[in-house]
Write a protein that binds this ligand. Structure first.
Ligand code: ADP
Length: 211
């Protein structure tokens, strides 16, 4: 179930439906709901702060819900707490700030996402270096997609010094025009290949800055 069909909730609901999930999408704006009616399994125009309306839609029976209401703090918080009252087992909520996220957790969200904040941080890493993509996990660990630097080229990965010198592991490799494939100790990276490497955040960033 996705509540709120703004930019975030709308693309989330679309992606879930595209991957075969049965999605109930709720928004208080009829025109918006109409726009998604053909693509999603179930859509409904309702005020998600109205407990009776949610019960009528069968919301208490859903196992997973995403509250994608960012700009109207009150509505997002009330909706999340209603879902918690219904004991929906997996409640995700979108927050616009860390403080907002803390409140959503207090009222019952099990997972809080901060899309604008996280994307801002990610783009900061991309614009300052040569990385083509960047994902940071917890505990200072990251994966980056980057053009293979000269040091990685021409030697089987098993014999290269990438792990000992740079602390990174080449996870996958892509030749121009081909698909990504996993890297093995025998893989020889060629000039022009794109690689995905994993390691400590500072180490993968340093590696991606090599030419
Ligand atoms: P985004 O930044 O992703 O576009 P918004 O916070 O602007 O997200 O969008 C939130 C959506 O949630 C809007 O489409 C709005 O109509 C909907 N919404 C807000 N309050 C309620 C509510 N009480 N019940 C149902 N939908 C709501």
């Amino acid at each position: 179930m996705v509540i709120g069909l703004g930019r975030f909730g709308g693309s989330l609901a679309r992606e879930l439906a595209a991957h075969g999930s049965q999605v109930l999408a709720i928004d208080s704006r009829p025109a918006l709901v109409q726009r998604y009616a053909d693509e999603l399994t179930h859509t409904a125009v309702a005020d998600s702060t109205d407990e009776t309306a949610l019960r009528r839609l069968g919301v208490p029976d859903y196992r997973r819900a995403v509250v994608a209401i960012g700009s109207d703090l009150e509505a997002g918080i009330l909706t999340t707490s209603l879902l918690a009252d219904f004991a929906v087992p997996h409640i995700w909520a979108k927050a616009t700030s860390r403080r907002h996220g803390r409140i959503l957790e207090r009222v019952g969200a099990h997972h809080v996402v901060l899309p604008e904040h996280d994307m801002g941080e990610r783009v900061a890493h991309l614009v300052t270096g040569r990385m083509l993509d960047y994902i940071e996990f917890e505990d200072d660990y990251a994966m980056v997609k980057t053009l293979a630097p000269a040091e990685a080229v021409g030697v089987p990965l098993g014999r290269s010094r990438l792990r000992t010198h740079h602390g990174i592991t080449v996870v996958a490799i892509k030749r121009p025009g081909q698909d990504f494939t996993y890297a093995t100790a025998d893989t020889v990276v060629e000039k022009g290949d794109i690689v995905i490497v994993a390691g400590r955040t500072t180490q993968v960033e340093t590696f991606a800055d090599l030419t």
